[in-house]
Design a binder for this molecule. Structure first.
Ligand code: UD1
Length: 422
């Protein structure tokens, strides 16, 4: 709930197994892909998160019912006929990924009216690449009353789209749109995140023709229609990296069950340089802190570089490492909101432009803290695990958008963590 808080009493080394959930950022575009067909799309290994509920609400009002299969809540069946092409402000403002319905709606029924996502605490986050790409595919795109109105007579037409920089969302939106376009679309400088390959693989199961999956050049031959598919969502690599930082900062050892090391990219090297042993193990990835933590630099980059979604958690780890670390954010311009909060816990972090210098301290001290975005919030939990005394993280609704049962998963490996309701 919105006013819930999380209380952490630090100092316990984590030990045991944590089950890694399906990836939020893979599930959201996969759900949007349900708009591309009137047949059933079944997704398994779906995480239980508020963002998934928001996407289900959005799809339902477009006419696509999202229903749980079985009683575990991890399998969703999507199906229905598009009855409404407007994505309202009330839903889109809650979750930026709502914008992923734009490409599929235009490709499928020739029109969409999608609210602009609006401000976001981690930077301006424009959507110009999504819109330019859609125009290149033949859509007419206008801004009208805070809404993007996009339409095409007949089908979208294949085109070569060269992205000036890498965008995960624009790649996904245009990949989905291109599957139903007339002719060949080439996406150059496409994002290569594992979530994009997961989406592409599901689209191929639905009948799409896509080459270059996993590379920065995707070639899509449009088809007339897509059909049914069943697809298992990949494990969440950011949740994996977050719990790796949690284990490391606590001085413990955990098995991250279901995680895939090949999806972690530069996170592995950064952790190793920091003195953390991280390796593939039976059933997942094992993580163990060796002797002490050492300062290690990290610069965020598109995959397979160090993920911006791991920057805050890694910074929390560096806050208690021996020596200094430079953490540079190149993807978002305002993604250091966790710094003042970490400093309130005794960290020594200075921000200069896009870089933060973290001078490690021997220990942090617990404090009431809060953060205004998902990864910043979880970084405060990570910090709390190594702090003396009690840390209270306020405003946990950000956490509930993207971390399934974080307090239960941590308590399950021996952390003193609990949710205080209300
Ligand atoms: C996705 C992830 C998010 C992650 C981000 C970067 C989802 C649901 N969210 O967000 O967790 O932090 O990738 O890995 O998968 N940009 C533009 N114009 C555009 C599109 C993007 O200028 O049209 C800029 C953004 O402001 C940002 C950069 O490009 O500075 C990268 O953004 P993008 O990769 O598009 O991020 P999202 O898809 O929004």
């Amino acid at each position: 709930m919105a006013l819930d808080r999380i209380r952490i009493r630090g100092g316990k080394p984590l030990s045991g197994e944590i089950q890694i959930s399906g990836a939020k950022n893979a599930t959201l575009p996969l759900m949007a892909a349900g708009l591309l067909t009137d047949r059933r799309v079944v997704l398994t290994n779906v995480p239980k998160l508020d963002d998934i509920t928001t996407m289900a609400t959005l799809l339902a009002q477009h006419g696509i019912a999202v229903e749980p299969v079985g009683n575990k809540g991890r399998t969703l069946s999507l199906g229905g006929t598009i009855s409404n092409t407007e994505a309202p402000y009330d839903i889109v403002r809650k979750m930026r990924a709502s914008f992923l319905v734009l490409g599929p709606l235009v490709a499928r029924v020739g029109e969409a009216r999608v609210s602009l996502p609006g401000g976001c605490s981690i930077g301006a986050r424009p959507i110009d690449l999504h819109l330019k790409g859609l125009e290149q595919l033949g859509a007419r795109v206008v801004l009208d009353g805070g809404y993007i109105d996009a339409r095409v007579r007949g089908r979208l037409r294949g085109a070569t789209i060269v992205f000036p920089f890498v965008s995960v969302g624009a790649t996904e939106n245009l990949l989905m749109a291109a599957t139903l376009a007339d002719g060949r679309t080439t996406l150059v400088n496409a994002a290569r995140e594992p979530e994009i390959s997961d989406l592409a693989e599901c689209l191929v199961k639905m009948g799409a023709r896509i080459e270059g999956i996993g590379s920065d050049k995707l070639v899509i031959e449009g088809v007339d229609r897509l059909g049914e598919a069943e697809h298992a969502v990949i494990p969440d690599r950011i949740e994996t990296g977050t719990y790796a930082c949690a284990a490391a900062i606590s001085g413990g050892q955990v098995l991250l069950r279901g995680a895939r090391i090949e999806h972690l990219g530069a996170t592995v090297r950064a952790l190793q340089e920091a003195g953390v042993e991280i390796a593939e193990a039976a059933g997942g990835i094992s993580v163990r802190r060796l002797d002490g933590l050492h300062g290690a630099d990290a610069m965020t980059e598109p995959y397979p570089g160090f993920p911006t979604d791991m920057q805050a958690q890694f910074m929390a780890l560096m806050a208690v490492a021996e020596g200094a670390a430079m953490v540079t954010e190149t993807i978002f311009e305002n993604r250091f909101m966790h710094v003042p909060e970490l400093n309130r816990m005794g960290a020594r972090i200075n921000v200069h432009g896009a870089s933060a210098i973290v001078r490690g301290v021997p220990s942090l001290s617990g404090a009431p803290v809060m953060a205004t975005d998902l990864r910043a919030s979880v970084s405060l939990i990570v910090a709390g695990l190594a702090a003396t005394g009690e840390t209270i993280v306020n405003r946990v609704y950000h956490l509930d958008r993207g971390y399934e049962a974080v307090e239960r998963k941590l308590a399950g490996v021996g952390a003193e963590v609990e949710r205080i309701e209300g």
